[in-house]
Design a protein around this ligand. Sequence first.
Ligand code: GCB
Length: 595
Amino acid sequence: DPSRIALFPQQNDLRNTLNLSGMWQFKKDSLEVGEKENWQNGLTETRSIAVPGSWNEQFTDSRDYLGVVWYEKETYVPSSWKGHHIFIRIGSATYAAKVWINGKAVGKHEGGNLPFAFDISSFINWGATNRISIQLENILKPTRVPTGNVAGSPFSNFPKSNYDFFPYAGLHRDVWLYSLPNVAYIKDITVKTGFTNTTGHVDVTVATEGKATQGKVVISGSGQNYEAVIRFTNNVASTTISIPNVRLWSPDDPYLYTVNVTIGDAKTTFDHYQLETGVRTINATSNQLLLNGKPIFLKGFGKHEDFPIFGRGAANPVIVKDFSLMKWTGANSFRTSHYPYDEEFMRMADREGFLVIDEIPAVGLYFHGDTTELAQRQAMCKQYINELISRDKNHPSVIMWCVANEPFPRDVSVNGGASGREATPQSLAAFKELFDLVKQKDKTRLAVLVGVMGGPPEWVGMSDIICINRYYGWYTHAGDMNGATKLLAMEIDGLHKKFNKPVMITEFGADTYPGMHTDEPEMFTEEFQTNFIKAYLDVAASRDFVAGMHVWAFSDFKTGQGIIRFGGMNYKGVFTRDRKPKAAAYYLRSRWTKK
Ligand code: GCB
């Protein structure tokens, strides 16, 4: 039930939270005997592991291990929580997880990078410790999303992922226990915003569980409160609140209003939840992206959640540093390539005024004429869309949903090579289903698919903004920036003409070994990277239909092993993996901070 994850755990007078991040006990189960041997009743011969974090980075013997492991933690649940609904919420478990409380199975979930929660009220030991056991594995399979171990894959790296970033595994985000009030609680809140002239409109829909008959919505901001009473029919109620002289949310002024929702009956308040919202609209014309009805150009990066030792584990200091560095370059935007990011990252984007392309983990999908594998991947993509939109729908920073990064048509080689790949009817139908699902869940934002070099135009043509990743001058036309920019210009002119939609280059970049220099720009040097980025930005600047440019990548990141990834790294970052600027970062700062 994806609505279960819509509201982040919150502490107030009626709700409680307990963060279980910290040290857990860990044990590999490479023979997959744990469940039969009842490891859920208590692990023996364990070692300590930090949560959040990737197991691949924490030990000296597990870098490439992606098989079954067990995590265990004991915790006391306060007896004041007795009689409430108790849930466990796991922020991200990559890839497939099974959960037990005190030896009793409570649920399982597939797919990393998104939270899931289970009702564990009836499994709690009151007045005693409780054992939480999580079995987890990240075995790379062609039926999974993201995809791995594909026969005939264009990738030749190890581990055998169908993408270049390292397939980190583990409990990557916070694990929470939380309690919800007994009689009735707020299950979901959906906020949609708009404005007419100077008056803002905020639509608030509240869904409940239990016996609340009425409630109140209060929006506060600029020293004012705006209220509405709501009444529930079949556990749902909606209202629209007007805000005179509204202060719109934008990168220049990321102003947030608070929304307080209470529910109850005539006498009693049962539950309370508070969230933040920004009043803004997002639209596209045939050649521009409009924020609050005014053209906006997206300057920024594709990124990764990646840091030494943490791996893909959430790390708040890294989040703060990344926003600080993005601001320093003058960026106003990023894409959560190639999976949804930590919820703290999204809240930072709201507060710091960044425009986000929010991507499901659908990287490296392929269409080789298969059938059963395709059906399973398609089901996963739909699950991800449901979960992602449930989780992130109330963030003003999110302006687009991205349904796939670089799906591969039949016979395409990675990044370029031959052309003429057709979009099979089967692939078009599959993507249409994903776009339809996004639009059915959220009509207030744009939807895109990010296209690979040499991929069929019909795929990217389905997007509201044509999004393409291009590496002319790197993977093709190596070092020849004149040839590269000619082709780039020709291609984007053609795409705009064909689809009459704005175009955005969602990736372009060059591997750059920090400290390597030449007089005339040459591949792998800091001068080449700067020159490469400048050349692409110049092509974009001379066209009025380009809506944004995202450099690949924000920082260097860990990859699997392979001959095109020196030292197991992708060096296309304009910052190093430990966030030191390369020359290109200074170049972007000089260009993007110019008024
Ligand atoms: C791409 C992918 C990205 C890679 C990048 C590269 O097109 O979307 O995940 O890291 O190319 O550097 O090859």
